[in-house]
Structures are given as C-alpha cells and as structure tokens.
Design a binder for this molecule. Structure first.
Ligand code: AGP
Length: 608
C-alpha cells in the first residue's frame, strides 16, 4: 500500500511543493521511500531515495524541481527492499517516461525476461520498473503514448494503480487502475490524481472515481476516462467530498482499526499475491532442516500456531511454536546449523523476536521470516523472507496483519504439502481455493453482521470477564479474540482450548458469565457441542460463532454470529477472527476508550 499523487497545474506554476505536501498527507500509506518527478523543458526531473519524506526532502530539497506537471510517490515496499534504486518513479532506458505504482504486478518476471531479451536494462528489483520499459517498447513499435500505455496495462496481471508522465508529452499524465485505489480531483483548470482523497482534499472537494479496469488522461483540457480493454470513452459524474482531511485518511471510518478490519477484504488478496518463488525458497530451507521452530510474539504468535498446525496436517512437519521472549530458555539448546527458524512479525522490529533470531543465527540456524515491513531488521537478518503486503497498520491492535500472516503461513504449508506429498493434492487444492474465497466471505460478513456483533458487545459491556473457547485450529483464534478484547477494552479476558476448560476455568462460571465459542462445522464440532452444554449447565451466557444454518449450536446459544459460507477447517481462523476483532472494537468504543491507541501499548515493542 503506497501513496501516489499527481497534478497538472496551470503553465508557469511549480508543482513540486504541492506534490510534497500531498505526499505528507499520504505518508500513513507507506513511508520507507519517497520520490517525485516533474516535467519541464522537454525533460524529466527525478528525485528519490529511501527514508521518510522529511529526511529525503532535507537531503534533496524536493521543492526545487521545475515544471507545472508532476507526480510523487511514498512507498511501502513489497518487491525490492527500501533502497534508492527501488524507490519510485521508475524510468525507461532513455529517461523519457516515468511511472509510479501502488499494488503488485504478478506476471512482472515473465515480462522483464522478455524485455531484457530486447536489451532493456533494469536498475531495480521492483515489479513496477517493467511498465515504463514496456511502454517504451510499444512506442518503439510505432504506437502513440496513450495506446502504448493502454496496451501495456492490458498485459499486466495483479493489482495496480499506475501514474505515468512523459517528457515527450509534458502537459499530460496517464493513469490506470485495477483493484488498487485511484481517485481524480477536479480543481479550477487544474487536475489531480491520488491514491486517496486526503491527498487533494485541501485543493478541491470535486472528485471523479476511476473504476476497476479504467485508465484516464489528465491534461489542461480536463480528464478523459477510457476503458483499458477497448479504449472506449467513459462518461462519469463529478462527486462532492464532505469528509475532513483526518477522516479522509480513515476513509470515513471513525478509527484506523475499523478501517483496517474492513481493509482485510483487499489485504488478504494482496498477501496471496506474493510470488511463488519466495514460498519455494522458504520450503526448500525447511525441507533441508532437521528441526523447525516458529518464533513470534502476541498476535503473530497466534498466527504461528495456525501455521504450525497446518504444517503438521499438510506436510507432516513438526513445527514447534515458541513465544520469542522464552526462546533462549525453552529452545536455544536444541538449535544448531541444521535448524530452521520461521519468525513471524508484522513490524519486523519486535526486540524479543529479533533476539531469538540473533541467538539462533549465532548457532548456525537458517532464518526464514514472514513480515509486513520490507527493509525491517528482521527481513535483513533473514535468509528468506515472505512479505505480507498489507501496507502500514496504524491501529496498535493487529487485525489485517493477523489474517494476512495466516494466509501466508497456510500457503507456505500448502507449498510444503505439495513438495512432501504428505497430504492428498485435492486437500491442498481445496485449501488454496478456500484462501481465495475468504476475502469475499469477509466482505459479506462485514456487510451483514456488524450490527449483531455491536449488539452483543453492548450487552456484555458490564461483564467482569469474558472467555473465548475453541478447538483444533481455532484455539489460536480464541487466543487472538482474547488478546484483542483485553488490549482494547481492558477487561481481563480468558481463552482456553475448549476441552481444557473443564480442568479449572469452569469454576469461574456463574449465571450470565459470557463464553464465546468459535465453532465452525469441522472435525471438533461434536466435541465443542459437549463443551457448550457443560458451560450452559452452569448458567454461562453462550455466544457462538457458527456457520450459517448450523441450527444445532444456534439452539444451544444465547447469541450467534453466523459466518456466510463454508471453509475447510484450516482456513476458518481467517474469517472467524473478524467478528472477534469487531467485538473488541465495539466494546472498547462502548467503554469510551480509543481503540487505535490503547493505554500502555506500542505498535512495535522494540525493548526487551
Ligand atoms: C497485537 O494486537 C499487539 N499489537 C501485539 O501483541 C503484537 O502482535 C506483538 O507486539 C507482535 O508484534 P509484531 O507482529 O510486530 O512482532
């Protein structure tokens, strides 16, 4: 998730300072590298480097770039670590075309090889850089700029919002989008494009939405929208924005956390877009090792638990999950140069996890990591890393990073399942297919079930404690539900494997004690019904997350949240955790807390 802003201003106006201030408003979308390009006197002016906006500005003075047309980009790395050569914009061989991009181009490697075969020279490790070279190639074949860009766009697979400037057409900006967001602003004879409205809101409240599969031409005559497939012109009505700049960043949601819960419909798709090559590299390291440890903290630890179970079920691999702060006491003695460590951390900067990695590395272990921050310390310490691609998470409570971690770990287990041949291929196919269905199920859940979760939250707002129970792969889901609730509402919540609850916890049960069951119709369904009966018999208030149509558990429950559609067991945590994220959110808001910045917590715990 990067930030993009482009503008076509009145001739004689300087675009650079405006671009820089717009990037400042977009920095929450990504902040590991910054770049700007302006067009003037028949040439491109490019300034870019890794680092925050202020850092790069103080080094290069981003305002000192001539020209009234330009584009800026603030990066959240997915392909190619934060480095000057990987910062945007990227240019063609003759530096006549510059492109910035937000999203992931899945077939970039094939196109890159094709262009290298035509002696195009690439300077970065990004997927984006193929775009200016492909446009250059089509112009070389006689196409005009717009047609060359349109043909290029039609070759791309994946998610993208692209913005292009050209030294040969200095008063024009071209844009295209597929899945990744891009909106257009209409000023007084000046025109803007941006990843989101917050970028140009101080300049105009008049906007045009660019729909999926569309491209557009911005020039002094205005904005022309075309269908990328066939070049057909599209008429679109202007909309007037009523948001203030702060809520624009939250896309109209009251808090970043709620926005990020809703972003999961997109971020899981993006997490599943990471190139297979990363999974194959990680899998070969794991297969080549004698022992595998999964190391993480907090929410990432819960994702690791799901990953461990999947590795066992799909690949027959025993992956021991260890809380990072306990690693040196619990496992370090077992580590040697035939050990693999799979570290999971959205920030990639959690000190406990880094310490465990460093200790294991010192004993010769190979380090694999799943992280959301390219260029993070953890990524740099790793022999192989797999990106989560879900953009910066502002809310302290991890939400979209949990579901994207689970999606990545399940895909890794599926890759190992294929390589080890331990599980039937149909079972692996079924899981991979299900992973791609989870965004749609979450979308339907968010469109239909939020009110019922909010009602349940209101009804338990005075509870002294709440318990979460699950079985099998949903024990981690129960643990995650508990963590979200206690860190946001400050209610001392409890979580247990449901079967274990009768060996102690059940003594806490009294009339009305809220117990939340995560109960999909999997191999544990019968047993969890038994656990529900045990709690119900002692007066507990039963709140069940069930699959739509599960009358058996519905009839036993005081409240239910129905999950639309079915999933193979291993994929259920991705969807069943969403009502638990919402429950914690509404309980926190109901108690007057700020769910984005809960007390005593930091987004990344960089101390021991
Ligand atoms: C989760 O909501 C918390 N913010 C916290 O437990 C977090 O998961 C933990 O600190 C690990 O962070 P990491 O994924 O960045 O390593």
């Amino acid at each position: 998730m990067c930030g993009i802003f482009g503008c076509v201003l009145h001739e004689g106006t300087t675009a650079a300072p405006l671009i820089r201030s717009a990037l400042k408003r977009l920095e929450y979308r990504g902040y590991d590298s910054i770049g700007q390009v302006t067009v003037n006197g028949g040439r491109l002016y490019v300034k870019k480097d890794r680092g925050r906006l202020e850092e790069v500005h103080s080094k290069y003075n981003l305002d000192d770039m001539p020209g009234s047309v330009g584009v800026g980009h603030t990066r959240w790395a997915t392909h190619g670590r934060p480095a000057q050569e990987n910062a945007h914009p990227h240019v063609d061989c003759k530096s006549r075309i510059a492109v910035v991009h937000n999203g992931i181009i899945e077939n970039y490697l094939d196109i890159k090889r094709e262009l290298e075969g035509k002696s195009h020279r690439f300077l970065s490790r990004t997927d984006t850089e193929i775009v200016p070279h492909l446009v250059e190639d089509y112009i070389g074949q006689g196409l005009g700029l717009v047609e060359a860009f349109r043909k290029t766009v039609n070759r791309l697979e994946g998610a993208y919002s692209l913005v292009l400037t050209s030294a040969d057409q200095p008063r024009t900006i071209l844009c295209a989008r597929q899945e990744s967001p891009l909106v257009l602003g209409v000023g007084n004879g000046e025109y803007y494009c941006a990843s989101d409205i917050s970028a140009f809101l101080p300049l105009t409240k008049k906007a045009l939405v660019l729909e999926e599969g569309e491209m557009c031409v911005l020039d002094p005559n205005g904005i022309k929208i075309l269908r990328a497939k066939n070049g057909e012109v599209v008429k679109r009505d202007l909309i007037t924005i009523t948001w203030d700049p702060e809520s624009a960043k939250k896309h109209g949601f009251r808090h970043f956390m709620l926005k990020e819960v809703h972003e999961q419909v997109q971020t899981i798709k993006d997490a599943l877009r990471t190139h297979q090559i990363y999974y194959d590299l990680a899998a070969s390291k794991i297969i080549g090792s004698e022992k595998l440890f999964i190391v993480a903290c907090g929410t990432s630890y819960h994702a690791g638990l799901v990953g461990s179970l999947a590795l066992t079920r799909l690949a027959g691999i025993d992956a021991r999950v260890v809380v990072a702060s306990e690693f040196s006491e619990e496992a370090l003695d077992l580590v040697n140069d035939r050990t693999a460590i799979l570290a999971v951390s959205q920030s990639g900067e959690t000190m406990d996890t880094l310490n465990a990695i460093r200790d294991a590395k010192a004993k010769g272990a190979s380090i694999l990591s799943v992280t959301n921050v390219m260029g993070s310390t953890m990524m740099r310490l790793s022999d192989v890393y797999i990106g989560q691609n879900c953009g910066p998470e502002v809310g302290v409570a991890a939400t979209k990073t949990f579901t994207s971690q689970v999606a990545v770990l399940l895909r890794l287990a599926a890759t190992l399942g294929r390589k080890t041949g331990k599980a039937p291929v149909e079972k692996i196919d079924e899981l991979e297919d299900a992973l791609h269905r989870t965004p749609g199920m979450i979308e339907e859940l968010l469109n239909t079930k939020v009110e019922s979760v909010r009602r349940i939250a209101d009804s338990i707002s005075n509870a002294a404690s709440i318990c979460f129970l699950g079985r099998g792969v949903n024990v981690p889901t129960a643990l995650e539900g508990r963590l979200k609730l206690l860190e946001l509402s400050y209610v001392p919540a409890i979580a247990y494997p449901a079967g274990e609850s009768k060996h102690g916890f059940i003594s806490l049960i009294e009339e009305g004690f809220p117990v939340v069951f995560i109960a999909p119709p999997d191999e544990t369904h019968k047993k969890i019904i038994g656990n529900i009966m045990e709690m119900k018999a002692r007066g507990a208030r039963i709140i069940s997350l069930i699959q739509e149509g599960d009358e058996e558990i519905r009839n036993l429950s005081d409240d239910v949240v129905e999950i639309p559609g079915s999933l193979p067991p291993l994929a259920t945590p991705i969807v069943y955790v969403v009502p638990l994220q919402l429950l914690a959110y509404y309980l926190s808001v109901g108690k007057g807390h700020d769910p984005d910045y809960p007390r005593n917590l930091a987004k990344s715990v960089t101390v021991e």
